[in-house]
Design a protein around this ligand. Structure first.
Ligand code: SF4
Length: 315
């Protein structure tokens, strides 16, 4: 593909240090905020287009052009990851992008962060079958809790979702990590955890990972789980891994150009709220410089602030 330099990327972001994937270049192929779910903890805000319609939401040729431009020179990244501000498996041509990456950039691994709701449709599985890692979520195993946490589209139900994940595991030979997001007093009770454990026994992921709120979600009254309790839950769920913030790794490739860093910061916090520490990790710039940029963005009303126990988040 002919590569032309692109100044402002629309569909790719980062690279960002990821908790699980080292240094990860993000690909966001969904318009804000199009999803099959409307999770109470979503970092991107409320779902404005709750849908199960699979179609070409953004032009695949434009996505390929951005990838080719960014990867025209070798980049020191570990993963290229489908994630962002919606559910990527809703895009009808995700498979074409996966295969484009595999054919042209085999040196990078491909990861998919997904809510896991569409795998009852075998065409969706076939599209992502060549990824290296798939990380679907399963926060509930009963209809009641699914509705409470994930607030799904009316065409989805918990049996359909679990059956889809079982089918995915049967067909997908790469690494499958099942993520369970724990919310106090909603899905941390014995009954629901037992159901989730039973569902996981059917799905057979390589590993379960548990997670809890660490940055502002859609609903203000959603609380993070305390560390001791979540570690207990992780143990119960087949010695699951607790994905804590301090497991974030990665390198960075940003230079010290303030304008460039400003764009990168905006691009990162548009997709997920970040603390100043997150921003420093993403950009690699000195704290003073990061604070200067943040202050300027605040003065221009480009960003909002939310204070949580873990720190001050910019979004
Ligand atoms: S957390 Fe993920 S699955 Fe849930 S609403 Fe947000 S984008 Fe959709």
């Amino acid at each position: 593909m002919k590569t032309e330099p692109i100044q402002n990327y629309k569909y790719i972001f980062g690279p960002v240090p990821s908790r699980r994937l080292g240094t990860s270049l993000g690909i966001d192929i969904m318009p804000y905020k199009t999803c099959t779910l409307n999770c109470v903890y979503c970092e991107c805000g409320k779902t404005t287009n709750l849908t199960t319609d699979i179609k070409e939401y953004v032009p695949i040729e434009d996505v390929k052009k951005e990838i080719a431009s960014y990867l025209a020179s070798d980049k020191n990244i570990d993963y290229i990851t489908f994630s962002g501000s919606g559910e990527p498996t809703l895009h009808s041509k995700i498979g074409e992008i996966v295969n484009f990456l595999k054919d042209n950039y085999p040196q990078y691994k491909i990861a998919l962060l997904t809510n896991g709701t569409l795998f009852y449709n075998e065409a969706v599985i076939n599209g992502v079958i060549n990824a290296d890692v798939i990380i679907p979520s399963l926060d509930a195993a009963s209809e009641k809790i699914l509705k409470k946490i994930n607030r799904p589209h009316s065409l989805l139900n918990i049996n359909k979702i679990i059956e889809g994940l079982v089918l995915l595991r049967k067909k997908f030979k790469g690494k499958l990590l099942l993520e369970v997001f724990i919310i106090p007093e909603i899905n941390d009770n014995k009954e629901e955890l037992k159901k989730i454990k039973d569902a996981a026994a059917l799905i057979k992921p390589d590993r379960i990972q548990v997670n809890t709120l660490d940055r502002p979600g859609t609903e203000a009254d959603i609380e993070p789980m305390d560390k001791a309790s979540i570690e207990k839950i992780a143990k119960y769920l087949n010695n699951a891994e607790f994905i804590s913030n301090n497991k974030r790794g990665g390198k960075n490739y940003f230079n010290n150009d303030t304008e460039n860093n400003k764009e990168k910061i905006l691009s990162a916090i548009k997709r997920r709220p970040c603390t100043i520490e997150d921003i420093i990790k993403f950009t690699g710039i000195k704290k003073e410089e990061a604070e200067k940029i943040i202050n300027e963005l605040q003065e221009r009303n480009k960003i909002k602030i939310t204070k949580l126990e873990r720190g001050v988040f910019f979004h």
